[in-house]
Design a protein around this ligand. Structure first.
Ligand SMILES: Cc1cc2nc3c(=O)[nH]c(=O)nc-3n(C[C@H](O)[C@H](O)[C@H](O)COP(=O)(O)OP(=O)(O)OC[C@H]3O[C@@H](n4cnc5c(N)ncnc54)[C@H](O)[C@@H]3O)c2cc1C
Length: 628
């Protein structure tokens, strides 16, 4: 008998829905049953101290789900909602992180200003570290680039619960390229209906916009912008760029109010949109948070279930289909641990090969980015209208031969961190939107699912990306030197997202006090401010260094380019005969049965967009094909 219960949240146990499937006649000890309930699942008589023999009796009793979704992030939330909309489907959603109960989401997640939750370890895979600079595999003697933290969400809603809320789709040419690379049916006309389906645009309607989707999107009206944003907008206009009221309208160059997934100054995560109160009432949907899936279970090449740690105990769940939605770093790691991946690498780790798929974990992508920051004068900083610090964006064409239009993106930030110094620093973050560096990779460090994989982004492996970041930086330097921007800023500097920045970005009293003192001094005389920026903020390169010397600029860009958390493309969708494709156009993993990947890993190439909406769109499109 299966019973859905909602366990009220005692202090140390996060609230979750738990599936309980048990035979009442065999229950002997109330205390132990209660422990079993809290652990997740009780299927047979169990006494404390008696190991549970899952392979015999439990298998007999076990409920078989139609779908088990591993990972309740952006894609997983969509899949759980859409698949459970059909009442005959029994759906289990397992999320390693904590729940975000409707109406009771942590304040940091709800906040329009996302900079606090970015750095909150409660919502991250805290052990994950990556390299961004190119790793030389031809020269084993070469020093490995430094490891950096790379935040990936571990919370219901996944990336959409901690991200910057930027909500855009990319260029029509991106999706035409997806189709050309083997994703039949995923051209612009094939994907636009699903972009429209997922959103409820609060400002615009018409052929590009959805009006009744689950994710509200909006823009900060220009009259509410900071004077800092307004100055950049005027400088963009003076440089010849046109104003576009709607970033998500026709994909042309210009500057615009950035679209973000938010309503009433509150984030709209995938969990808020797709796992709302009504969806959670569905009797055929079980959401199990704090549930880390450790292993995929196979019978031959058929995936039949998962092993997970629920409330500290290992549990097995059986499903007719398993859907991996763990994100572009963890989904390929699951496949490789199950023996699905590049044969040589599986042999290195002694993993028996279930099916050879050389593309698993390969060609990982992100958008390379670089920042130019400056001190923002009083009166030009954040105002009373909004806590959103990213109000203005610019799309432009680099003009590099052979590169599609709108290949570059700039977002203007009127604040750089939650603390007092962060409130005084603004930035222009430039990223290569049409990225060509495709040599990133994910490999297992160990067979142990507790160990994070080895992640190499190799961000500037294609020279075109380096050149455009350098020219993008020069372009923003010119904007920075414009009269409009100079009037509201002081002391520009090339910014580096270093561990020092990260450390001071953690919310605690020490950082609050230190930054308050520093901010008071920074608001003092210009000479003191310049001294402080040169000595405590800038690391390595000054503004003059990099604008007067191309070599210094190249060194700065190579060293400080980081991704913008758009990890993707590590289990690409493609044609069956493409040796590097991992899944077909409905996310089915090649060479095995009953296993799909649906998340940002399946992108055939990263689009000219922040990746949340493209991920939600991909899940909507695949779910639609599955329930049809
Ligand atoms: C800090 C940050 C800022 C970003 N800013 C933006 C932005 O402004 N706009 C934008 O469009 N995009 C942004 N992105 C990117 C965007 O959010 C992601 O591309 C998108 O969320 C990816 O969705 P996904 O479903 O592929 O993976 P995720 O949303 O990451 O979901 C994966 C989920 O799987 C869970 N999981 C993993 N392994 C297991 C396991 N073994 N067992 C159970 N659960 C597991 C994880 O905990 C996670 O919740 C940002 C991302 C980050 C991290």
């Amino acid at each position: 008998m299966a019973v859905m219960i909602s366990v009220p949240p005692p202090a140390q146990i996060p609230s979750r829905n738990i599936l309980v499937s048990f035979d009442r006649r065999k229950v002997r000890s109330d205390t132990f049953v209660m422990a079993g309930l809290l652990a997740g699942r009780v299927t047979r008589a169990q006494k404390p101290g008696y190991p549970c023999d899952r392979n015999t009796e439990e298998k007999g009793n076990a409920e078989v789900y139609d779908y088990i979704i591993v990972g309740g992030g952006s894609a997983g939330s969509v899949m759980a909602h859409r698949l459970s909309a059909k009442s005959s489907n029994k759906v289990l959603l397992c999320e390693a992180g904590q729940d975000t109960p409707p109406g009771n989401e942590p304040a940091e997640i709800r906040d329009s200003y996302p900079g606090t939750v970015y750095f909150d370890p409660r919502f991250h895979w805290t052990e994950l570290k990556v390299t961004t600079q190119v790793v030389s595999h031809n020269n084993p003697q070469a020093e490995r680039p430094p490891l950096r933290k790379y935040e990936q969400a571990r919370v219901l809603g996944g990336g959409s619960s901690i991200n910057g809320q930027m909500a855009n789709r990319g260029a029509p040419t991106d999706y035409n390229e997806w189709e050309a690379r083997g994703a039949a049916g995923w051209n612009w006309n094939g994907v636009l209906p699903f972009f429209r389906k997922l959103e409820r645009d609060l400002d615009f309607d018409g052929p590009y916009h959805g009006t009744d989707g689950r994710i509200p999107v909006r823009r900060i009206p220009r009259e509410h912008w900071t004077r800092h944003s307004e100055a950049f907008a005027q400088a963009f206009a003076s440089a010849g760029h046109q104003f576009l009221p709607d970033q998500n309208g026709e994909f042309v160059d210009g500057y615009f109010p950035v679209t973000h997934s938010n309503e009433n100054e509150t984030r709209a995560s995938a969990a808020m949109g797709y796992l709302d109160r009504d969806t959670r009432k569905r009797p055929n949907l079980t959401i199990s948070t704090d549930t880390q899936v450790r292993e995929l279970l196979f019978e031959g090449t058929r995936c039949v279930g998962i092993k997970a740690i629920v409330g500290g105990k290992e549990q097995e769940f059986r499903g007719n289909e398993i859907i991996l939605s763990c994100g572009a770093i963890h989904s390929p790691a699951h496949l490789m641990r199950a023996g699905i991946g590049p044969v040589g690498h599986l042999h290195e780790l002694g993993i028996p090969v279930l099916t050879a798929l050389p593309g698993v974990g390969q060609r990982l992508m992100d958008h390379p980015s670089i920042s130019l920051s400056s001190f923002v004068r009083r009166g030009a900083r954040m105002n009373e209208h909004t806590r959103r610090h990213m109000q203005l964006g610019l799309r432009y064409s680099s003009g590099l031969p052979g590169v599609p239009k709108g290949d570059m993106f700039v977002v203007v930030l009127s604040k750089s961190a939650w603390h007092a110094v962060g409130a005084q620093i603004g930035s222009a973050l430039t990223f290569v939107n049409k990225t060509y560096s495709e040599t990133g990779q994910i490999k297992l460090s160990s067979r142990d699912p507790k160990q994070e994989p080895i992640v190499e982004f190799n961000l500037l492996s294609d020279r075109r990306d380096l050149e455009r970041l350098m020219s993008g930086f020069r372009k923003m330097a010119a904007v920075q030197m414009s009269e409009q921007v100079k009037a509201v800023t002081d002391k520009p500097f090339p910014a580096a997202y270093t561990d020092r920045v990260r450390k001071i970005g953690v919310v605690n009293n020490k950082n609050r006090i230190l930054t308050s003192i520093a901010a008071t001094l920074m608001d003092g005389p210009a000479a003191l401010r310049h001294y402080m920026i040169d000595n405590f903020v800038v690391e390595g390169f000054t503004f003059d260094d990099v604008i007067n010397d191309d070599e210094a600029l190249e060194t700065f860009v190579r060293k400080n380019t980081i991704g913008v958390w758009h990890a993707s493309c590590s289990c690409r969708m493609g044609r069956a005969d493409d040796p590097m494709s991992v899944v077909d156009t409905e996310g089915r993993v090649k060479g095995v049965q009953n296993l799909r990947v649906v998340d940002a890993s399946i992108f055939p190439v990263v689009p000219c967009a922040n990746t949340n909406l493209p991920t939600l769109m991909s899940a909507e499109k695949i779910a639609d094909a599955m329930v049809r």
